[in-house]
Design a protein around this ligand. Structure first.
Ligand code: PGA
Length: 259
């Protein structure tokens, strides 16, 4: 099986300021030594990408966007951000289909698949976010929802789109995002194994090399246990990524799982 490097990604959402970003990034830079061997990614709001790019320059912190337009070409799309702009500002990654985009901005599986394809076409690694609502979990529809959300992208982009680290999956149960309620390590591992199995039905090698992150109220005190799951390859961190000490402790939680 291909070695999968842990990835810990900070999703700052619509938070930050020039000053707060400076303080946060300098703190992360100062503590990076605690998480050697873990890939560290920050996803600031688009207007701050140029600033954060300068702040992380020369370091191993990677930069990602939180969203991109579903358009191949730039043009008359007021308010949208083209993937090529993210690339030009130093992004290697971009979140696609975050549950807040799906629920608050009406992104359907088809829109998410289109964004995923555009991201890859433009040289960005999409972090495909998916996960079930509480209602879906309570009515035993978790696996059906995950299969549908992943299937929409795999069918549109082809399984090869997941080959060799070209895409990352983030399993984020909607009921755990920003709620302080985390999936148990067993619930997370079971969903991750299911997602990997879905990929394996199409291609076992690709399934073995695809990183699957867990997201939803990851905190310093639960990170290590969550990351211990055999199919959990890191985390997508919201609230705790805005606190330098918490974010670093979560990265260290991944580091402690390295063999
Ligand atoms: P949270 O957010 O860590 O604040 O729950 C995770 C996410 O939305 O990516």
């Amino acid at each position: 099986m291909t070695q999968r490097q842990y990835l810990v990604a900070g999703n700052w959402k619509m938070n930050g300021s020039l000053e707060a970003n400076r303080t946060l990034v300098s703190g992360i830079l100062a503590g990076l030594g605690q998480c050697a061997g873990v890939e560290v990614l920050v996803c600031p709001p688009a207007p701050y990408l140029a600033q954060v790019r300068e702040l992380v320059e020369g370091s191993r912190i990677r930069l990602g966007g939180q969203n991109l337009a579903d358009q191949q070409k730039a043009g008359a799309f007021t308010g949208e951000v083209h993937g090529a702009m993210l690339r030009e500002l130093g992004c290697q990654y971009v979140l696609v289909g975050h549950s807040e985009r799906r629920s608050l901005y009406g992104e359907t599986d088809a829109v998410v698949a289109a964004k995923f394809k555009v991201a890859q076409a433009l040289g960005l690694v999409p972090v495909l976010c998916l996960g079930e609502t509480l209602d879906e979990r309570d009515s035993n529809r978790t696996e059906a929802v995950l299969a549908r959300q992943l299937g929409a992208v795999v069918e549109a982009a082809g399984i090869a789109a997941f080959a060799a680290g070209r895409a990352v999956i983030a399993y984020e149960p909607v009921w755990a995002i920003g709620t302080g309620r985390t999936a148990s390590a067993e619930q997370a591992q079971s969903a991750h194994a299911y997602l990997r199995g879905q990929l394996a039905e199409r291609d076992a090698t690709i399934a073995g090399s695809t990183r699957i992150l867990y997201g939803g109220s990851v905190k310093p005190d639960n990170a290590q246990e969550l990351f211990a799951g055999a199919d959990v390859d890191g985390g997508l961190i919201g609230g705790a990524s805005l606190k330098c000490g918490d974010f670093l402790a979560i990265c260290a939680g991944a580091q402690s799982q390295l063999k």
